[in-house]
Design a protein around this ligand. Structure first.
Ligand SMILES: [Zn+2]
Length: 203
């Protein structure tokens, strides 16, 4: 049975994504995430790259999720050579986002990357105080998301994935929680790097 797929970059039928749009992706600015053993980034959150993320985040398109998951796995492996991970996890989105979209795009990516790396994904993080995060108060935004690591993180070599990396604060908080829970290594892989100039003041 054939399924029609459409490129989220240009809308053309046939490949998701098409070769021309992959070629058009802009290289990400480098980013560091405190506490992470390595940081893999795929592309800049602009142009075609932004369309790829929107297809994942707002439309839940499976074909792009699979391609992004494969790409995260390959880019991560390219950075760390032979020293691979034994599980893949994600920083859970807010309960409000999960309810409105019906899924957590970070979890979707983590599952796709785990499949590509042939390891089991694991839910190793809990989000704390997500009610405050979904608020618009200045203090809520400044404090950033907080996470707690589950006891099952002990001794694990973890790949932590996310769709977008802006300041790196979310992933740094998640990496710290995993280390606090006893993870042996925390590597980070994110699809799109959003530049600081696009972040509203106080975010
Ligand atoms: Zn295309």
């Amino acid at each position: 049975m054939l399924f029609e797929v459409r490129c989220p970059g240009c809308g053309q039928l046939g490949w998701c994504p098409c070769a021309a749009c992959v070629e058009a992706l802009e290289a990400p600015e480098p980013a560091s995430v405190p506490g992470a053993d390595s940081v893999a980034l795929l592309f800049s959150h602009s142009g075609v790259g932004r369309e790829f993320i929107h297809a994942l985040k707002y439309r839940g398109e499976r074909a792009i999720a699979r391609w992004l998951g494969d790409s995260l796995a390959l880019t991560h492996l390219g950075l760390i050579a032979m020293e691979s991970v034994d599980t893949v996890t994600w920083a859970p989105t807010t309960a409000a986002h999960r309810r409105s979209r019906g899924f957590d795009q970070a979890e979707t990516l983590a599952r796709a990357a785990a499949k590509a790396l042939q390891v089991r994904p694991a839910r190793l993080l809990r989000r704390i105080g997500s009610a405050a995060q979904s608020g618009t108060g200045r203090s809520a935004r400044l404090s950033g998301p907080r996470f707690s690591g589950r006891s099952s993180a002990v001794g694990r070599r973890v790949l932590l994935v996310d769709d977008v990396l802006t300041t790196g604060a979310t992933l740094a908080a998640a990496a710290a929680a995993l280390e606090g829970a006893g993870a042996a290594a925390v590597h980070v892989a994110a699809c799109a790097r959003r530049g600081r100039d696009r972040v509203p003041a106080g975010a």
